[in-house]
Design a protein around this ligand. Structure first.
Ligand code: NAD
Length: 360
């Protein structure tokens, strides 16, 4: 079976890091028989420069025809002064909406070799492996009514609406339980059911869906406690599932437990498991074009793609262990480098992963 992958390098360090991920995909194709067809497309500022729009129609068509999308990053100072409707970030939002990507998967993994990179004590975070499942297309970020209105006394009032339908809660819950089935079978649902009726419903629906997964353990936690537990004892979590806004905040907090933004991949999935895969970091204009960027988050995004969209668990494990191997070898890009490590650039890191992969 041939999998069609759309490659969207984007802006800044995007093209550099994506090039390394493509090397990994090429190696899987040539050495391990992964059926693969890759096509490149335009998104973000570079798409605006070529076509006048950050998300050309052609890119959306390509994404529709692909089995999965691999994205680098978008944005940069060059495009900051454009009208908001054509800023690079609009390209990303347009892709998420156009592809119906409602489930955002953000793992926070701390490789034992990098335990000293975290601001938390090594024993608190070493071996950390959490998956945060965030609802991505609903909740307070999209709810209506919204806006700023002027009251009778002339004072202005801002308002937004937190709204979730049962079907929206059900489908994100299923994503979380399906993922937990491949992990430690534990889901913790995060809400604020003591204050918000909407998340009282959230709690009720997640509990109902849990009855379809009798082998799994479901727990509930209020979001304020979850934030505290994430920095107190993060290893207690396996899969966390939550709303758009809570997930936005908690996933950044969890990411930072690992100390390095250059190591973390993400996935956004639609109803059928088709997805877009990207590192969580941005286009890092401060280091773009210098061969300094860490490509591992993008390479690990390939691993997520293999696991969640292409149903190639064995290949995903190969990529994960190749990344582990280069870290074992002490190879580090500047963002994760410490005294005693071997400092390497973007392409050297990518080549080392490919060598570790080919050697399996
Ligand atoms: P950023 O993630 O690009 O960079 C933050 C810091 O982390 C910088 O010092 C950068 O050098 C470093 N960094 C990021 N990725 C790295 C990597 N792979 N290896 C080594 N170091 C890395 O965030 P920012 O500076 O706030 O934003 C820069 C641009 O990226 C902005 O235009 C922003 O809008 C955009 N952005 C895009 C996305 C996306 O495409 N998904 C996400 C966040 C920000």
């Amino acid at each position: 079976m041939t999998n069609k992958i759309l490659i969207l390098p984007g802006d800044g360090i995007g093209p550099e890091i994506v090039a390394e991920a493509v090397k990994v995909l090429d190696c899987l194709r040539k050495d391990f028989g992964l059926g693969l067809e890759m096509e490149q497309g335009l998104v973000g500022g570079s798409a605006y420069d070529e076509t006048g729009h950050p998300l050309p129609d052609l890119t959306l068509e390509q994404a529709g025809a692909a089995d999965a999308v691999l994205l680098g990053a978008v944005g940069g100072p060059k495009w900051e002064f454009l009208d908001i409707s054509v800023r690079p970030e609009k390209g990303l939002l347009g892709l998420r909406a156009g592809m119906g990507l409602f489930a955002n998967l953000r793992p926070a993994i701390l490789y034992p070799q990098l335990a000293s990179a975290s601001t938390l004590r090594p024993e608190v975070v070493s071996g950390l492996d959490i998956m945060i499942v965030r609802e991505l297309t609903g909740g307070i970020y999209f709810g209506h009514p919204r806006g700023v209105r002027t009251l009778e006394n002339g004072e202005r009032e801002g308002y937004n609406t937190l709204v979730y339908r049962e079907s929206e809660i059900e489908r994100i819950s299923r994503v979380a339980f399906d993922i937990a089935a491949k992990r430690d079978q534990r889901v913790c649902s995060i809400d604020k059911a003591n204050v918000l009726e909407c998340t009282e419903l959230w709690r009720e629906v997640v509990s109902r869906v849990a009855t379809e997964y009798p082998q799994q353990t479901l727990s509930h936690m209020y979001v304020d406690n979850a934030a505290m537990q994430l920095v107190r004892a993060p290893k207690q979590f396996d899969v966390m599932v939550t709303t758009n806004m809570f997930g936005d905040i908690l996933s950044d907090c969890a990411a930072m437990l690992t100390g390095s933004i250059g190591m973390l991949p993400s996935a956004s999935l639609d109803e059928h498991g088709k997805g877009m895969y990207e590192p969580i970091h941005g286009s890092a204009p401060d280091i773009a074009g210098q061969g300094l960027a860490n490509p591992l988050a993008t390479i690990l995004s390939v691993s997520m793609m293999l696991r969640y969209s292409l149903d190639q668990e064995a290949m995903a494990v190969r990529v994960d262990s190749a990344v582990n191997r280069v870290l074992e070898q002490g190879l580090r890009t500047p963002d994760i480098w410490a005294e005693g490590d071997t400092r390497v650039g973007t392409a050297e890191m990518g080549d080392a992963v490919v060598a570790a992969l080919a050697d399996q």
